[in-house]
Design a protein around this ligand. Structure first.
Ligand SMILES: Nc1ncnc2c1ncn2[C@@H]1O[C@H](COP(=O)(O)OP(=O)(O)OP(=O)(O)O)[C@@H](O)[C@H]1O
Ligand SMILES: O=P(O)(O)OC[C@H]1O[C@](O)(CO)[C@@H](O)[C@@H]1O
Length: 336
């Protein structure tokens, strides 16, 4: 019988348990490791079946704890992982994670390990796939935060709010959440804007009769070259410079790590379950070395070599937001 090992790697995200459940095949034995790539070397693996996943299926708690580790970036790391997998007689490793995890998966493939990557990150910033597990739940959560800001803005009017969102170096999470929740201004790392651009947009909103103004700002949007993974609080810097121009206080809100996780929403469950089923079929065919991506509404196989961090945004959504004057500044990669 084929033996598959499963890990989750990088930032946690909701929906992955449904994918693991739906990849279960009667023709495959499964083991799991906690702790991502490092867990393969340091943790004791355990066998699991679909029965073990029942109470996890709809939960934001990960059935397999995730991890970030530099091990895979060292020269010997991939070989240590390969050795540990060989000791367990594993035929194929399934890696849930973001673009960094895909790089780790590719290194293992190059070391001779059969590997499948499944995109899992709230950021939705992986080239070759329209969907990443966890993004939809995070968007819905941020949408709810915007709706609440709008309510307090109606109840106690005349305020400017700024809320900071996750996304790392990608503005995709902010863009999708801002459109879903009806924010007034979106500050994205893909656009080069000045403090006076933001002040001008706030003034336009107020002149148009907007009582409260809501700005959504990606954590890396302002001076992105200085951003490091895990930095938070950029909206304080922006507010400090913006307040004197506006002559009023700005109310700040940072949901931070509460954006990641929570029980998965229906859309994440369905898409993740379909990705899991896609992987099941590939396991049964013994087809490896791909990412289980998503294109035109369905799962698809993307060669691991093509998987990397997505530089752009969802163009249709970005253009719609630009047309509606939601995004100040010019595209950083623009030739204009
Ligand atoms: N260049 C690389 N080479 C080999 N392995 C890597 C590389 N980059 C990342 N990894 C492995 O993948 C793990 C997860 O990567 P990273 O922390 O970048 O998160 P991610 O998978 O991109 O997910 P998220 O989008 O949630 O941050 C790292 O801890 C490391 O083990
Ligand atoms: O949990 P960490 O390592 O601080 O990483 C935070 C980063 O992880 C992400 O949530 C992606 O998982 C980014 O949106 C965020 O910038």
């Amino acid at each position: 019988m084929l033996k598959a090992a499963v890990i989750t790697s990088g930032g946690d995200a909701s929906g992955v348990n449904a994918a693991i459940r739906m990849m279960i095949s009667v023709d495959v034995d499964y083991i799991g490791y906690h702790g991502g790539f490092e867990g393969i070397v340091n943790e004791t693996p355990f066998s699991f079946t679909k029965e073990d996943l029942i109470s996890w299926y709809n939960s934001g708690d990960l059935f397999l704890r995730s991890g970030r580790t530099d091990l895979m970036k060292t020269e010997t790391g991939p070989l240590q992982v390969k050795q540990a997998l060989m000791e367990q007689q594993v035929d194929v490793l399934i890696v849930f994670g973001g673009d960094g995890s895909a790089k780790g998966a590719l290194k293992l493939k190059e070391s001779g390990v059969n590997v499948i990557h499944v995109p899992m990150t709230i950021d939705n910033d992986i080239e070759g796939t329209d969907y990443t597990i966890g993004h939809k739940t995070a968007v819905e959560y941020i949408q709810q935060q915007i709706i609440r800001l709008r309510q307090t803005g109606r109840n106690l009017g005349g305020r400017v709010f700024i809320m900071e969102t996750f996304g790392g170096m990608s503005g995709q999470l902010t863009l999708a959440s801002g459109i879903a929740g009806n924010a007034d201004i979106l500050l994205l790392p893909e656009y080069d804007f000045s403090i006076s651009d933001i002040a001008a947009r706030i003034t336009q909103e107020k002149q148009a009769g907007r009582d409260s103004v809501i700005i959504l700002c990606t954590e890396s949007a302002f001076q992105p070259d200085e951003y490091k993974n895990g930095d938070q609080g950029v909206i304080s810097k922006i507010s400090e410079q913006l307040e004197p121009l506006l002559g009023e206080r700005i109310r700040q809100s940072i949901p931070g790590y509460t954006q990641r996780c929570g029980d998965p929403n229906m859309e994440d469950q369905l898409c993740a379950a379909r990705l899991g089923d896609f992987v099941r079929k590939k396991l049964e065919e013994e087809t490896y070395s791909f990412m289980a991506g998503w294109k035109d509404g369905s799962p698809c196989a993307v060669p691991l070599e093509h998987v990397r961090k997505k530089e752009g945004l969802d163009e249709e959504l970005a253009q719609a937001a630009k047309y509606q004057h939601l995004i100040p500044g010019e595209r950083r990669d623009s030739d204009e």
